[in-house]
Ligand binder design. Structure first.
Ligand code: 5GP
Ligand code: MN
Length: 344
């Protein structure tokens, strides 16, 4: 389903120079950060003042995106973040649709009298917006950023930098054009971005070939020692304690993609990663086909997301979280078997 207010609403919102706070979800990934930066640069070109305010830090492998080091991290620069939100005429929410993904920014955002814009591809948006670009079928929020820019007739403003940000969002959310969300349109947008000067290989290297040695060693450790396969339910998962993470000099982003290794096993159609943190047990779910892991995340793990990629948080021990997951699996046995047949 697609919900896009008419472009008149966009023009109305930005009819005169606005102060804009562009806000990705907490722990922003390349899509949230890339889409925010692409929009921010685009809006600046249109004569607006923008600040990208992230609730929490972004992973180190995305530092190249923040060349000017202009992103305000609310966790680290609380006052600056608060000012950006309080002084904004327009708040733009990027790659999320629920205020509970804002951490310390939630209260000031709720209080703000600013106009609101949402651009997102998650299910069940629950933010009242003056302008909304929302499509759960979109491969990435970055795709929607491009749709918007093109839709309002500003394709010519897409420069190499904006193209890099949009491409970064698309490749990470589609696993480099692997997921079924990768439509012809996604490839055509990429072709457009290349025409705008995009060096695809450069962005690929910046995202996938900038591992630290510690991260690779950590990956080796997790694959060797922390992967549990549950053949009866065609499931596999990782469970990592704080101690184990700290022993491997864990940095934010180091566990990114780990869950996909569990899903890459032949016949595995549901995968999870549980990682202990000070805020609780963080969980990532992945699935194949019609197995709705967003439902599991919503019902049992205070989370949500997409049908095949979701996440949440569990308040309790690592052991309790994995036991809960194992206890839920039998409910999905009927779908699980179907997906196993479809997978290969
Ligand atoms: P990841 O496993 O990459 O952290 O998250 C995959 C997807 O799950 C995200 O794109 C997001 O849609 C969703 N997600 C992850 N964590 C949470 C959470 O705590 N709450 C909600 N509502 N969604 C989440
Ligand atoms: Mn996304």
């Amino acid at each position: 389903m697609q919900l896009m207010h008419s472009f008149d609403d966009f023009h109305q919102l930005f009819s005169s120079p606005q102060r804009v706070a562009v806000i990705p979800h907490l722990s922003p990934d390349a899509d949230a950060l890339g889409s925010s930066l692409a929009l921010s640069h685009f809006l600046r070109k249109k004569g607006h003042q923008t600040t990208v305010v992230s609730p929490t830090a972004y992973p180190a492998f995305l530092a190249w995106m923040d060349e000017e080091q202009a992103i305000v991290i609310a966790d680290k620069e609380a006052q600056k973040a608060l000012e950006a939100v309080n002084e904004a005429d327009v708040l733009v929410f990027v790659d999320f649709s629920s205020y509970n993904r804002l951490k310390s920014l939630e209260a000031p955002v709720r209080k703000s009298k600013a106009k609101r814009m949402v651009i997102d591809h998650h299910l069940n948006p629950d933010i009242e917006a003056d302008f909304q670009v929302w499509d759960v079928k979109a491969s990435a929020t970055a795709q929607l950023v491009y749709d918007l820019i093109e839709g309002i007739g500003d394709k010519a403003l897409v420069d190499n930098q904006i193209a890099q940000y949009i491409y970064a969002g698309i490749i990470t959310d589609t696993s480099s054009f692997k997921h079924p969300s990768t439509t012809k349109r996604v490839h055509l947008i990429t072709a457009d971005l290349m025409e705008a000067g995009l060096d695809t290989n450069l962005v690929q290297r910046r995202i996938y070939d900038t591992n630290s040695e510690a991260r690779l060693r950590f990956l080796g450790f997790a694959l060797q020692n922390k992967l549990t396969v549950v053949p009866d339910h065609y499931a596999a998962y990782f469970a990592l304690s704080i101690d184990e993470l700290e022993k491997h000099s864990y940095q934010p982003g180091d566990t990114e993609g780990l869950v996909n290794y569990a899903l890459s096993i032949k016949d595995i159609v549901i995968a999870a990663m549980f990682s202990e943190s000070e805020d609780g047990i963080k969980i990532s779910f992945r699935s194949v086909g019609d197995l709705p892991v967003n439902e599991i995340a919503e019902k049992y793990f205070n989370g949500g997301g997409h049908k095949n990629a979701s996440g949440g948080i569990y308040h309790g021990s690592l052991e309790e979280a994995t036991q809960l997951f194992l206890s839920i699996l039998p409910q999905y046995d009927h779908t699980i078997l179907e997906q196993v047949q479809i997978k290969c």
